[in-house]
Design a protein around this ligand. Structure first.
Ligand code: OGA
Ligand code: MN
Length: 295
């Protein structure tokens, strides 16, 4: 499409991942963003699924204002890990300061899309590197769209129409297994977010592309399958998705902003030496069914 080429030139786009992902320079984060530029950015998000905007050096207010251009923002269920002055900002890492305590989880690989335990899960997330470790702590992205496309037709038929139960309680138990020092102080969330069914294969509302929606730490089981068959299928799909040919690993530099489409990719944290290094990331989360992200 001709207008895409013009847009790419205007925003300086460089593909970075094997099948997805692009670095987009010159995207203004603070101050005014013209509707045209925003539309261009969104069409790039649909096309590349993960957009890296390097060196934006934004503060929390800028991040919230920029993120809110895409739609209403979620307030994270781990309220204690949000910024007191900007509750839309969820803090991830091992830093505690100014009345803020970041959410720290040992970086066991755990592929997921954000807030899949909500009945209307998030459309997109924005992640900003405030303090980044000199090594480790990469965020890995997997192209759940390309991974679906490359499944053989037998597997496609097998998973068509299957529904998975996503539950914050399952995630809480997973978190406790990997972080024994974290006790059950978040049990009330399970009441706020009863388990929900999500399709194993989802269809992107803007592109029509199908993708694999598999979050092993959040899914209690797949409807109609027993526990063993559920986990075997989830493991097989994750082994497929996590192949290097579908993965882009983002090495963080301070001031980077990465936006991803939760409806098209999965992501996971990775380990860093939290005894030697600090890491503080700010996440804003665009709530599901945002009109701007559906077109
Ligand atoms: C998140 C997340 C990954 C990371 O905050 O949603 O998955 O690299 N973070 O910390
Ligand atoms: Mn996440």
């Amino acid at each position: 499409m001709n207008h895409i080429a013009v847009k790419d030139a205007a925003l300086s786009v460089r593909p970075i991942g094997p099948t997805f992902g692009a670095e987009v320079s010159l995207m203004p984060i603070n101050g005014d963003v013209s509707p045209e530029l925003l539309t261009q950015f969104i069409s790039l998000l649909h096309r590349y699924r993960v957009l890296v905007v390097p060196s934006v050096y934004a503060d929390p207010a800028d991040l919230v204002a920029f993120s809110a251009r895409f739609g209403p923002l979620e307030i994270h269920s781990r309220f204690e890990n949000t910024l007191p002055a900007h509750r839309e900002v969820f803090c991830v890492g091992n830093v505690e300061r100014d009345g803020m305590k970041a959410s720290f989880s040992r970086g066991v690989e755990q592929w997921h899309a954000d807030s899949s335990y909500r009945s209307v899960p998030s459309d997109a997330s924005l992640f900003y590197g405030e303090i980044v470790p000199p090594e480790g702590g990469e965020t890995m992205f997997a192209d759940a769209t390309a991974a679906y496309r490359s499944l053989d037709s037998v597997m496609k038929r097998q998973i068509e129409g299957l529904q998975a139960m996503h539950s914050l309680e399952t995630l809480r138990l997973w978190g406790q297994r990997h972080n024994p020092e974290r006790t059950g102080d978040i049990g009330s969330q399970a009441v706020e977010f009863p388990a929900v069914r999500q399709p194993l294969v989802r269809v992107h509302p803007a592109t029509g592309a199908k993708s694999l929606y598999v979050c092993p730490a959040v899914i209690s089981h797949i409807e109609g399958l027993d526990a063993a068959a559920s986990s075997a299928l989830i493991e097989a799909l994750i082994a497929h998705i996590a192949q290097p040919r579908f993965v882009y690993s983002h090495r963080w530099h301070k001031g980077d902003l990465v936006m991803w489409d939760n409806r098209a990719v999965l992501h996971t944290a990775s380990l860093f030496d939290h005894t030697r290094f600090q890491r503080l990331m700010y996440r804003t989360t665009v709530a599901g069914n945002a009109p701007a992200l559906a077109a």
